[in-house]
Ligand binder design. Sequence first.
Ligand SMILES: Cc1cc2nc3c(=O)[nH]c(=O)nc-3n(C[C@H](O)[C@H](O)[C@H](O)COP(=O)(O)OP(=O)(O)OC[C@H]3O[C@@H](n4cnc5c(N)ncnc54)[C@H](O)[C@@H]3O)c2cc1C
Length: 285
Amino acid sequence: MDLSITSDHASDRISLYRTAHVFSAYAELRDVAQLPSLADWRERRGGRMVLVGNGSNLLLARRRIDSLVVRNALPRCLERRADGLVWASGSTGIMEVLRFCHRESLDSFYYLASVPATIGGAVAMNAGRGRDRGGSIFDFVRRITYYDLDAREVREIRAEEARPEYRRTVFSGATGKVVLEAGFEFPPTRLEDNPIETRKAYAASQQDYSGPNCGSVFAVNDERIMHKLRKRGLAIGGARFSKKTFNWIVNDSSRPLGLVALVAVAELWHRIARRPVRRELVTVR
Ligand SMILES: Cc1cc2nc3c(=O)[nH]c(=O)nc-3n(C[C@H](O)[C@H](O)[C@H](O)COP(=O)(O)OP(=O)(O)OC[C@H]3O[C@@H](n4cnc5c(N)ncnc54)[C@H](O)[C@@H]3O)c2cc1C
């Protein structure tokens, strides 16, 4: 079944920064039978393809995006199987999984209740808590099924084979690996209160939702530099470092230029100070 590609697709709904773009090639992946056709299209574009979950970690760096951009619109699925694992498809929302765990009194990554992600995006980015507190989705992932666009076949791997590091795995970026499903082990537990509501209340008090954002900007950064950026609330072209939340940019412009410049200034400052810096945001051009 062929994937239908739209040329010159205009949208401001791909990244949660809500910047407006024209996409040279855009498609929605609705059926696994379209995966071989997706592999053809990716090959034709020299491997430049990004799969979009919910766009909650994407920095679209130019007004015109040349990479092939593919929204994961595969069916959502969440079920316990005979192997004892709870399997969720890559397109399933984090909240759907958390509500299931809460209903069944299971331990889970409730700290991700504030994260507007799909399971595929959360697995690809090894979503979790900050370095200081630790804990990530990979504490519960046991197996992953993915489609390899280079080999053109479905593979199933153990969680460790995804090589999860802080906010990255073998799936992050333009890797040509489409996470189809993740199998989780959620141990039974006693839940005294509602951890989903507790996390949402915490996020509302600590995180800056005054405008479109994609959560934390850098996975590796220098705290002193980032605190200075936060204190100053440095702003360029409608994008600003949040004064409320550390390492967080709020964007009020439909143009990507301010965002891109702000991230570049922060990186330049790190380089001048000879401090390590690595983006958490996935940059797409
Ligand atoms: C308000 C807010 C709070 C946030 N808080 C946190 C937090 O507490 N902890 C945290 O870790 N992150 C946080 N984030 C960042 C972001 O939500 C996570 O990185 C999330 O995992 C991205 O999921 P997504 O579905 O939106 O993926 P996208 O942003 O669409 O994509 C991110 C990356 O994952 C890849 N990807 C997506 N789906 C698949 C798939 N099926 N197969 C293979 N690759 C795929 C993409 O190609 C891309 O490389 C926050 C973001 C926001 C907006």
